[in-house]
Design a protein around this ligand. Structure first.
Ligand code: ADP
Length: 485
């Protein structure tokens, strides 16, 4: 498959280590394909532990000079990287849609969202301020400085092939760290294209490295190599737990952005049309494959019927197809295993008594396409309630009062995003404070932006990405005591 790129040199297929594009030591490759039709887009170098160790060593060497630079110099390079990502937005979006499946409009949006982290953290690089704090006696002074944590390893998923890298690489570089990135094997091409643009922006050789291939081998080296001082991961909760355990051996600092099970609550005093619009975008974006997708819709008894009718009508209008075609709203799922997993959750819930109000199975286009689906009369015992669905399936539950819905919403081991719709100011505060989630969207279905702290509690992980807090993940505080004054 040939992609219609303005700049074909953005399509890189080899590992990027120490400023060079390299084949795997043993010449191995793997295939990256378009989920619309399974067509191969490229063969990519499949590296393992040895090349990863090489990248980590390069990152350690490169970091010496990078962290010693004035913050302003790092900021200027991040700003140029932002500009180049935006100048090449269309090509980056085409590469992303081809390998991931999301519709072109969403890919363009993701490139802009990802680039915004380069801009934001470039600005923040100049504000990594230390502190002078009160000492216990007058002949002493206490000073705190913040220093780059060290070489960073990043493992990222396929659902946001650009932004999940941007959210990690931008603060790492801003703080003076170097980074070795392992993108998901489904979507390495977006990662390589970003590295190419980083090089053009002036990021020195070795400061950014990208290795794709065996997750277990690359992950094993990243977690065991003592030079890596920080692992930042976005992906599933089971893999996150395993990586965290592996990092314990060398006491690495970690950030974990894991799975979610977002409640989306509609109270009877809500603006129903706004709630339907919010549900649509938070549920069906990226075909339901985001960790902040609403996973359980709770609707108060008195408006249940009218909400479901409006949601069915709006969802039925969504056009399913090849994301590269303009006007399509929902692309394919990432691969056939994803389709099978989503369908298994739907069928188990239907067998347990859920009603299908729309869709309910594989789409007539076949392949990796799934029908936008709405299930009603869902209960907390059903599989769609307990599990992260990661597909275009909206389970709708009933509730009668505020206390009941808060208890049901919090009845999950996850704690990433949550949403609710109401126009009562007292309820806004009560519910926002009672929800056990790291993020609460009120009368809004989209909550992510570079200026806000994104992250979860409970088994959704630890650490925050974006915002003024995001840089904290990439620095250590050093306390300096001056005595004998
Ligand atoms: P998802 O369900 O989103 O694919 P995963 O947690 O399986 O989530 O994958 C997220 C990232 O973690 C990907 O880059 C994947 O290759 C990587 N990964 C999966 N298994 C391992 C592993 N055993 N060690 C290291 N990385 C892994």
């Amino acid at each position: 498959m040939k992609l219609p790129l303005t700049d074909p040199s953005l399509l890189k297929t080899r590992a990027y280590i120490d400023g060079k594009w390299l084949d795997a030591n043993n010449g191995a490759t793997f295939s990256v394909s378009n989920p619309v039709n399974g067509e191969e887009i490229a063969k990519v170098a499949k590296v393992g532990a040895a090349e990863t160790a090489q990248a980590i060593a390069a990152a350690e060497r490169a970091m010496l000079e990078w962290q010693a630079r004035p913050a302003k110099s790092r900021a200027q390079i991040l700003r140029r990287w932002f500009d180049l990502m935006m100048d090449n937005q269309e090509d980056l979006a085409i590469i992303m849609t081809a390998e991931q499946g999301k519709v072109l409009q969403e890919s363009r949006g993701e490139v802009a969202y990802g680039a915004a982290f380069m801009e934001w953290f470039g600005e923040q690089a100049k504000r990594i301020d230390g502190d002078v704090i009160a000492a216990p006696s007058s002949d002493k002074r206490i000073v705190c400085i913040k220093q780059a944590v060290g070489v960073v390893a990043a493992i990222t998923p396929w659902n946001f092939p650009n932004a999940m890298i941007a959210r990690k690489a931008a603060p790492a570089l801003a703080a003076g760290c170097s980074i070795v990135i392992k993108p998901a094997s489904e979507t390495p091409l977006s990662a390589f294209a970003m590295a190419e643009l980083a090089e053009r922006a002036g990021v020195p050789a070795g400061v950014i490295n990208v290795v794709a291939g065996s997750a277990a081998e690359i992950g094993g080296e990243m977690t065991s190599n003592p030079t890596v001082r920080k692992l930042t991961f976005t992906g599933s909760t089971p893999v996150g737990k395993m990586l965290q355990a592996q990092c314990a051996e060398t006491m690495k600092k970690t950030s974990m952005e894991l799975g979610g099970n977002a409640p989306f609550i509609v109270f009877e005093d809500a603006d129903l049309d706004a709630a339907v619009e919010g549900a649509l975008i938070s549920k069906y974006r990226n075909s339901g494959q985001t960790c902040v997708c609403s996973n359980r819709l709770f609707v108060q008894d008195s408006i249940y019927q009218s909400f479901v009718e409006k949601l069915v009508k709006a969802t039925a209008k969504l056009k399913v197809g090849d994301g590269l075609t303009e006007g399509i709203n929902i692309g394919p799922l990432v691969n056939s295993k994803a389709v099978a997993d989503v369908d298994a959750l739907v069928q188990a819930s239907v067998s347990a008594g859920a009603k299908v109000a729309l869709g309910g199975g594989v789409h007539e286009l076949g392949g990796c396409f799934y029908q936008p689906t709405i299930l009603t009369e869902v209960t907390p015992e059903m599989a769609v309630f307990r599990n992260e669905i990661f597909g275009p399936v909206a389970p709708v539950l009933r509730f009668s009062d505020e206390a009941e819905v808060i208890a049901m919403a919090n009845d999950t081991k996850f704690g990433l995003a949550s949403y609710f719709y109401t126009r009562d100011i007292g309820r806004v505060w009560r519910v926002a404070e009672a929800l056990e989630f790291g993020i609460v969207g009120i009368n809004e279905g989209i909550i992510s932006n570079e200026m806000a702290p994104f992250g979860g509690i409970k088994e959704s992980g630890s650490g925050r990405e974006g915002s003024k807090y995001g840089i904290d993940e990439y620095v250590e505080i050093k306390y300096i005591l001056m005595g004998g004054l």
